[in-house]
Ligand binder design. Sequence first.
Ligand code: HGA
Length: 607
Amino acid sequence: MCGIVAAAAGSNIVPVLVEGLKKLEYRGYDSAGLAVIGQNGIERVRSVGRVAELESASAATHSPTGIAHTRWATHGIPCERNAHPHVSGAIAVVHNGIIENYESLRQELSAQGYVFTSDTDTESIAHLVQATLQDEPDLFQAVRLACQRLVGAYAIAVIDHSQPGRIVVAREGSPLLLGVSDTGNYAASDASALLQVTRNMVYLENGDVAELTADKVRIARLDGTPVERPIHVSQLSAAAVELGTFRHYMQKEIFEQPDALANTLEIVGGSKTIQPGIFGADAGQLLAGVDSILILACGTSAHSGYTARYWLEAIAGVPCAVEIASEYRYRVSVPNPRQLIVAISQSGETADTLAALRHAKELGQPKTLAICNVPESAIVRESALRFITRAGPEIGVASTKAFTTQLAALFLLTLVMAKVKGRLAPEQESTFIDQLRHLPVAVNKVLELEDAIEVWAKRFADKHHALFLGRGRHYPIALEGALKLKEISYIHAEAYPAGELKHGPLALVDANMPVISVAPNDQLLDKLKSNLKEVQARGGELYVFADADSEIPESEGVHILRLPEHYGELSPILHVIPLQLLSYHAALVKGTDVDKPRNLAKSVTVE
Ligand code: HGA
């Protein structure tokens, strides 16, 4: 959330800033802005809306040193006045995060005569750095000292017109990395923004402050101690973040799922057995003593956790609870040092999940496993064990391939736990592994349903509400379907376990309420059919995703699409795909901005 780019080079960096912001736009798109060190002072350009607007507005701006930002508003409405960079005298600041003590800083700085022109928390950083410069004229030292007074989360980049050629950046809680090259040095919220200029990345740690010039980088801790951080050569492919022939990133990412799953499952190789070592060198020892599992996650990642709970208890016989990270981190809970904490997050930087992981560790729960899509992320670095899904960069705000690859990872965890507990017979193990290997092919076949789903989606054009039903391990899939639909089409959608209908939600059902049901051919199918009859009897319009062999006939008000294969335990991975496609096409029909839904952003790095 919020994207930062900064560049110090030997030539004009405005195109680099703009190109970098385009790559970070998924993190926020309320407004965009940049500031450069110009001939006569700081030159700032800001615009409400997309980076494309900023690109035109900044066409005449040139400088070798500058900072830029794309915003997802937390403090102050999206408008030009609140857009970053914020300036104070000769300095300009961009910021990702939330400054929790901004009100007291604002009071203190206002009393000193600083005039605030925005409603943001960020502006207090600008004035604080300016105030600190009065006693400590060196920008690097002033930013370092100012950061010591900030409470909350930040990644910042600061320039000072009176110290041209220099950029000072710092991070605490929000992501920030440096890109280093012979022609210039850069900083950004993620590597995709800098691939245009370098592959050599330096990941800053929390509490680091760094100074960039065109030919030098230096890093210190907030107390002033100099530190060295290693250079990583990014393996991210530039093509992976291009849209190619697809209309939207979400569509591209839905269709990338066969490859994403194949890449994620490559770790199993040609083997007929699965080893704990796929979760890290110490996994065998660490998992042996585990008596239960607590999954901590938010949003779509929580839905993958809810699905895994069905697998872990049924197949591995391990008690499993799933908790929304933002609740767990603040509630009084009973720690269990033998419990495995599983933190799931696409970006590995989700603020609530990271804080929940840290909270668990502080409570004395050392057994931790990260399931993330970004290897260098904070959640991965801070967990004892890790599994990196290999979905590739996910740009669409509505998560798709990250979800299905998380499910694949969690199924592997289930198999490993079952093995550790002595509950997995060799034949069963090799059957599950074969099924996993076949998944990319099975997913490809499900994707062929797109045209039929598009036809269904047209019927959602005038709908304002929808109900999703599922049972057992497909109830979380119904939850995910409802989340996808509301995120991108703004149709209000709720998901219920189908057996719960009669306890309340059935009151909502009428001809205007489409009911979408996930109906695989499992032991709950007959029960589900009865629930669907209850809907039909109230005039509800049913859209059912069944398996090839689910015996549910088409009838008045009952539309059926059959998935090509019946997939047993792994069926949730297939059944979520038509729900992703339905949301995507419903959003197209509604005319919403699919990849950048209103009020949302990717990588939720604020609380
Ligand atoms: N708090 C700042 C920055 C917002 C942000 O980082 N969002 O993720 C603002 O509201 O402008």
